[in-house]
Design a protein around this ligand. Sequence first.
Ligand SMILES: Nc1ncnc2c1ncn2[C@@H]1O[C@H](COP(=O)(O)OP(=O)(O)OP(=O)(O)O)[C@@H](O)[C@H]1O
Length: 450
Amino acid sequence: MGKRIQGWEWRVAGWAARHPGFVAAPAALTAGVAHFGPVTTGGVMAGAVAAGVGWYRGHPDSWSRIAAPRLRAVRRRWLSRTYLGPWWGRVTEACNLVTVHRTTGAVNVPRIVRVRSHSPSTETVYVRLLLGQTPKQWEEAAEALAVALRAERIGIERVRPQVIALIVQRSEPFTQVIIPPDIPAEADSASLANVYLGETEHGGDWYAPLIGQHWLIAGATGSGKNSVTWMALRACAPLIRDGLVRLHVINPKGTELNALRPVSYRYAETDKDIVEVMTSFWETMQERKRTLAEQGRRTFEMSRETPLELLVIDELGAVTGYGDRSLTRGAQAVLPLILSQARALGGSVIGALQEPTKDVIPQRDLFSLRVCLRATTAGHPDMVLGDDMRRRGALADEIPNAPESAGIGFVVKQRSRTPLRVRAAYCDDADIADLVRVAGWPHTELVSAG
Ligand SMILES: Nc1ncnc2c1ncn2[C@@H]1O[C@H](COP(=O)(O)OP(=O)(O)OP(=O)(O)O)[C@@H](O)[C@H]1O
């Protein structure tokens, strides 16, 4: 007893039940030809193809959102050998992802439930776990799987208790610099609830809220950290002009961001000025707390009386960690307070960082958007994005150190805790000048420190 395995006809029937399209399509075709004749059936099929072409030409956006992922998935699933039974069986066996029945000796291969391909460079393969398997086992095998499937990298995501998704990155999705859209002539607070930053690996736009949020951008030198900051400031430009956003800029290196000096409410480069600007930022927040209490309001609303106070810190590491003691002591006295309390009061922080070590970012979780651009060591992605993020695919340390890869990095999709590859749009000098022009006119109340 116990040596028998299921007959092949049952397995075929099971497969057909799981893939009804393979039975339904030939059946419908045969029935169509028998019933209406080959000409009519051919005509209907040609009509369907023409409708598809019409959709593709007429509404490319909805086509790429709805039809393309499915069609690409069909091609990947059935027309390349990668996910076909025999090869998939070999790959999973070689990566120790099959189980063997103790008595029958039958090899159980994890089943592919569905394939979707949201962008030409990636596909998401939904796999049903075998009894006794854990997603962790797949995470550990991700690197071997990537080699076997000839992918650049594979990320694992838990979908529901027994189903995981393999996010298979075949090639680099970002081969071109992303040009930023025009600065809006008019803007309202809604535009800061959804700031355009660039593109995601799925070919969609990358947005993040800024109001009531803090952002942390980590990346080695030359990784393009400032692009994210510039994109935020582009969204703010008309609001800065209208007095609805006030910029507090801390620029210890005195580079690039010094273009913001004319449009900053407060600007600092030297240690003394930096401490002063940060302290006064905190005082403004305390003042705001009193104002809101007097007005009997519990939440902040952006207005000329209570503008969004935006603190931009280039080189957060120098300010909180390895700078002069007078600087770091002063900064450490107020920054934790700002990070923990300013959000509700209309204060946001954007901090850029080169070396994301623990002492430099003690309050990582207070930053709601964390971007990890090219990193110099394998430990950095997890330090910025959270535990296990590198293993799940945030291979920021493998982004090539080349200008062609600048602005590429990872964020974490909060709901699924999965890394998402993104690329920030690139503002060149002319774009920055444009931003300063829009934000500066007719700015009148400048108070610059330093
Ligand atoms: N988003 C981007 N897309 C394409 N190229 C970019 C992008 N951002 C930056 N670059 C290119 O990469 C180069 C380096 O960028 P940049 O000096 O701004 O990086 P950084 O991380 O801010 O550097 P640092 O830490 O040294 O200030 C730029 O000269 C530019 O050519």
